[in-house]
Write a new protein. Structure first.
Length: 190
């Protein structure tokens, strides 16, 4: 092994540590400050310069996707599973509960979930597909008579925003979130 090989391996390991520190700092900053947390603040929390942050994550969307890729993918999978359920109402209830659970697990989730990603980005395209699947699910639940006719996907977004507030201010977030979601769903049931 040459000195150059060792230097390259050291740099790769160092770059990976920087990437992990940036991701952890970004998650905390997004949780506290929302999806528009300043990159300078994220870099400062990670103990790196902004140039290092941008070298690892050239755009805010790159950073958001890296930090929340599993959650964003899980949302799309959840709505498609709900759409495949033979009982659209049950599928809708399970999908909404899945989203509320993600919010409970990670308080930064709502800010990222509601963030405006560029329409031509992978996350933007995924969001369009998931939105279409949600509209189909809602239409199917209306067709079976289980969902009120005046409901649309904006009502689900309204619930997520309300639940975010509950999670931030509740004495018992899990209990109060569960209560909000259950009552909200009951109010939509035909």
């Amino acid at each position: 092994m040459t000195d150059q090989d060792e230097t390259q391996r050291g740099l790769r390991a160092d770059a990976e540590r920087n990437r992990d520190r940036i991701a952890n700092a970004a998650r905390a900053a997004f949780r506290e400050l929302g999806a528009d947390a300043p990159t300078k603040e994220i870099a400062k929390r990670a103990g790196v310069g902004t140039a290092t942050l941008y070298r690892r994550f050239p755009t805010r969307e790159d950073l958001l996707v890296h930090v929340f890729a599993d959650r964003l993918t899980g949302c799309e999978s959840s709505v498609h599973a709900a759409l495949a359920d033979s009982d659209p109402w049950r599928g809708l209830v399970e999908h909404v509960n899945h989203l509320a659970h993600l919010q409970l697990e990670d308080r930064a989730f709502t800010a990222v979930f509601l963030h405006d990603f560029p329409a031509d980005s992978p996350v933007g395209r995924s969001r369009v597909e998931a939105g279409e699947a949600l509209r189909q699910l809602i239409d199917a639940a209306k067709a079976t008579g289980d969902l009120r006719q005046d409901v649309d996907e904006n009502d689900v977004m309204l619930l997520l925003k309300a639940n975010d507030g509950v999670l931030r201010w509740a004495d018992d977030p899990a209990r109060e979130s569960g209560r909000l979601v259950e009552r909200f769903l009951r109010s939509l049931h035909a």
